[in-house]
Design a protein around this ligand. Structure first.
Ligand code: SF4
Length: 281
């Protein structure tokens, strides 16, 4: 049975950079805190936790300690609070998210109404809202547009990981309604490309094993795309969930994952699957 690894699998650029930074920080000084999960992958979080990464929501308890900012970025108030509490900050905000923050910041200063296509509860969106004093509007479906004042000059921007189809649907509606509209398509190229290349890869093998954190919405979204391209696709968090019977008739198995699946997990799955002797009976 041939086992192939998807060339597009592994971390995106932003996560690669963040993991490199955190490894350096942990090797230098051990204990460092992050607000929420650094990456939506339980196994990678466990590995980093063993090296000294701790999760916190509140900053008070980590006074004078160290805080690591995730790729999603944080709101301005977090940086201000950290500075008041003597917390040393290492900022791994993805440069693409940083760019969106600057766009919102400058447009807000110039008096634009800010409309963000994304999920209100997503940390990146919460961060972006802080750059317009919480006065931005978050929309995801056409009916959400009722709150937009069509007579005001407006900036339309996207959460970097929002579905391109959703963004363009909202964009088209806004173009029809709002006279003075500035549009920034800030969707990360990696996200759109990844879906396309994953679909292609999924069609090339009899069976696909897709690895990733089940708590990651982007991972679940990519798995759905994978499964729609190849119905013999299976989603696992780790090798112990892989079942021999999935490979009975398979001549080829493809292994893939999301932008938050570390390469070491992919390679471990590859080794594991190579040992399997499919029962062709
Ligand atoms: S998915 Fe894109 S925007 Fe998000 S961290 Fe990765 S490179 Fe940055």
């Amino acid at each position: 049975m041939k086992v192939v690894v998807d060339e597009g699998a592994g971390f995106c650029r932003g996560v690669t950079r963040a993991i490199k930074l955190i490894e350096e920080e942990l090797d230098r000084d051990g204990e460092i805190y992050v607000r929420g999960e650094l990456i939506h992958n339980r196994l990678e979080m466990n590995r980093l936790h063993q090296k000294g990464l701790m999760v916190t929501e509140e900053l008070e308890p980590i006074k004078n300690k160290r805080l690591f900012i995730r790729t999603h970025g944080e709101g301005k108030e977090i940086f201000e609070q950290a500075s008041r509490l003597g917390i040393q900050v290492t900022n791994a905000t993805c440069p693409l998210v940083k760019r969106s923050q600057l766009i919102v910041d400058q447009a807000f200063i110039k008096g634009y109404q800010i409309v963000i296509v994304g999920k209100r509860e997503h940390p990146e969106v919460k961060g972006l809202l802080s750059y317009c004093n919480g006065q931005g509007m978050v929309v995801l479906k056409p009916s959400d547009l009722e709150i937009v004042n069509i007579r005001k000059k407006t900036l339309l921007i996207a959460q970097t990981t929002v579905s391109p189809a959703i963004f363009h649907r909202i964009r088209r509606l806004m173009e029809k309604r709002v006279g003075d509209l500035k549009i920034y398509n800030t969707i990360c190229g990696f996200v759109g490309e990844r879906e396309k290349s994953l679909r292609q890869f999924a069609r090339c093998c009899d069976t696909i094993v897709f690895i990733g954190g089940k708590n990651s919405s982007n991972t679940r979204f990519l798995y759905k795309a994978c499964r729609s391209a190849n119905p013999s696709s299976y989603f696992v968090e780790d090798v112990d969930e892989i079942r021999d019977e999935w490979f009975g008739d398979s001549q080829s198995v493809g292994i893939s994952g999301s932008a938050s699946t570390p390469m070491w997990q992919i390679m471990r799955a590859k080794e594991y699957i190579r040992q399997i002797k499919p029962n062709r009976g």
